[in-house]
Design a binder for this molecule. Structure first.
Ligand code: NZQ
Ligand code: ZN
Length: 389
C-alpha cells in the first residue's frame, strides 16, 4: 500500500427523517441568514424543501433562496451565488440537491469570501486555501457523485470550454444530511446515471496501482457488488428503501476518500467525460457509461491481474478454462452488458454528438491522468471517442 494521510471533516447524518431530527441543532451552531440553494425545483416535489423550510422557520431564521443551479454548474452561476451571499451577508449556505448543487455551493463558499479571481486561482490550477470559507451544509437528494463528503467541486467555465474539478479539504461541507426517502422521486434515467457514477468512482480507483493485496480494493469490490445488486432493484421499484439506502451510502463511500487510501487512482474516464460535458453539456453518468467499456478494452492488458480479479470477484465469472486475457475481457463485457441492461447509452451520438462535433479538439483538451495502468495520449483518447461515436 502507498503512504497516505487521511482526514474527512464532514459530519454525516444518515436516515429517514434526519433533516427534521438534526438540522435544528446544527443550525444553532451558525449565525446570520441562511442561503438555501437548490436546482430546478425537484426539492419541492421530494419533501426536502418542505422539511428544510419547516426547520428554518421554526428556528426563526431569515432565508434567502438561490435557485436554478443547473446540471454541470457554470462559473457564472458560482459568481452569481457569491454576489448574493455577500450582498445578503449570509452566515450559512444550505445546499439541497445533487452533485451540481453541492459543487456549486462549495465554489460559492470560497468565492463569497475571496477577493481575487477564483477561477484562475483555484480551478485553472490547484490553489492554497489558508482562510475560512463561508460554512456549507448539504441535504442530498440523489445518489451518485458523493460530493457530500469531500471537498471536490466540478465547475464548467463556459467561456473557456473547460469543465474541471478540484478537491480542497477546506471545501468539505460542515455537515451532510442523507435521507434516502428524498431519492425515491429520482427518475429512472438519473437513478441509472447516478448509480453508474458511483460504480465509475470505485472502478477508477480500483483499476490502479498497487495491485498487491490491499484493504481499499477489498472495500471497493464490496461497494461495486452492492451497486450492481441495488441499482436494478431501485430501477424496478423506485421506493425500495433498502436499495435507495444502499445506493446513497455507496455513493458517499465511493468519494469520501476511504477507498482511495494507499491507491494511485486513474480517473482518466472522468477527465474525458468532463471535457465531453464542457462541449456537449451531457449528463455526467451517461458520459461515463459510454466511455468506460471502450476505455477498458484499450487498457485491460496493462492491468491484467486486476481486470482478472474484477471478472471473478465482482461479476462472479468462473475462471476455469479461460486464459487471463479472456477472463479479463469477460469482466469488461459483463460491465458493458450491465450498462445496457440499466438503460444507459453506449454512443456519443446518444449524448448529443454529431458529424459537426470536433472530437479532436475535445480529445486535445482532456487532462492526462498520471495514475492509469497505461498513460493515455491525446491521439488514443481521440481513437476512444471515435470508437464511442
Ligand atoms: O435541478 P433539480 O430540479 O434539483 O433536478 C435534478 C437534476 O435535474 C434532479 N434531481 C435531483 N434530486 C432529485 C432529482 N429529481 C427528482 N427527485 C430528486 N430527489 O437530478 C438531475 C441531476 O442532478 P445533478 O445534481 O446534476 O446530478 P449529479 O448528482 O449526478 O451531479 C452531477 C454533477 O456533479 C459533478 C458532475 O461532473 C456534474 O457536474 N461531479 C462531482 C463530483 C464531486 N464533487 O465529488 C464527482 C463526480 O465525479 C462528478 O464529476
Ligand atoms: Zn463522477
Amino acid at each position: 500500500m502507498n503512504k497516505f494521510v487521511f482526514e474527512n471533516s464532514t459530519k454525516v447524518y444518515f436516515g429517514e427523517g434526519c433533516v427534521k431530527e438534526h438540522l435544528p441543532r446544527l443550525l444553532a451552531e451558525y449565525r446570520g441568514d441562511v442561503m438555501l440553494a437548490y436546482g430546478g425545483g425537484s426539492i419541492k416535489r421530494n419533501g426536502a424543501y418542505e422539511d428544510i423550510m419547516e426547520v428554518l422557520k421554526g428556528a426563526g431564521r431569515n432565508v434567502v433562496e438561490f435557485t436554478g443551479i443547473m446540471a454541470n454548474p457554470t462559473y457564472a452561476k458560482v459568481m452569481e451565488g457569491a454576489a448574493l451571499a455577500r450582498a445578503e451577508r449570509i452566515g450559512l449556505i444550505l445546499g439541497a440537491g445533487g452533485g451540481s448543487v453541492m459543487d456549486c455551493c462549495k465554489a460559492i463558499s470560497l468565492a463569497a469570501v475571496y477577493d481575487g479571481d477564483v477561477w484562475s486561482e483555484f480551478w485553472a490550477k490547484p490553489g492554497v486555501i489558508d482562510f475560512e470559507l463561508l460554512p456549507l451544509g448539504v441535504v442530498v437528494t440523489v445518489a451518485g457523485t458523493g460530493s457530500e463528503m469531500n471537498g471536490g467541486a466540478v465547475i464548467t467555465n463556459e467561456g473557456l470550454k473547460v469543465k474541471t474539478g478540484r478537491d480542497y479539504p477546506a471545501c468539505n461541507p460542515k455537515f451532510a444530511l442523507l435521507d434516502p426517502a428524498y431519492t425515491y422521486s429520482v427518475p429512472a434515467k438519473q437513478t441509472a446515471s447516478g448509480g453508474f457514477d458511483i460504480l465509475s468512482h470505485v472502478m477508477e480507483t480500483y483499476f490502479s496501482e498497487p495491485n498487491e493485496d490491499n484493504v481499499s480494493d477489498d472495500i471497493s469490490e464490496a461497494l461495486m457488488k452492492s451497486v450492481i445488486r441495488n441499482l436494478p432493484a431501485a430501477l424496478k421499484d423506485p421506493k425500495d428503501g433498502v436499495a435507495r439506502s444502499n445506493l446513497l451510502w455507496a455513493s458517499t463511500m465511493g468519494e469520501n476518500r476511504i477507498i482511495k487510501l494507499g491507491k494511485r487512482m486513474d480517473f482518466e474516464c472522468h477527465q474525458m467525460e468532463h471535457q465531453l460535458g464542457a462541449y456537449l453539456n451531457c449528463n455526467h453518468g451517461e458520459g461515463l457509461a459510454v466511455l468506460h467499456p471502450v476505455y477498458y478494452r484499450h487498457i485491460y492488458r496493462d492491468g491484467l491481474p486486476k481486470f482478472r480479479r474484477f471478472a471473478v470477484n465482482v461479476w462472479g465469472i468462473p475462471p476455469e478454462g479461460k486464459s487471463d486475457e479472456e477472463l479479463a475481457l469477460a469482466g469488461v463485457e459483463a460491465l458493458a452488458k450491465f450498462i445496457g441492461d440499466i438503460g444507459l447509452p453506449a454512443t456519443l451520438r446518444q449524448l448529443g454528438a454529431n458529424e459537426e462535433t470536433d472530437l479532436e479538439r475535445i480529445a486535445d483538451s482532456c487532462a492526462i491522468s498520471p495514475g492509469s495502468y497505461r498513460r493515455m495520449t491525446h491521439e488514443e483518447i481521440l481513437k476512444i471517442f471515435e470508437e464511442c461515436f
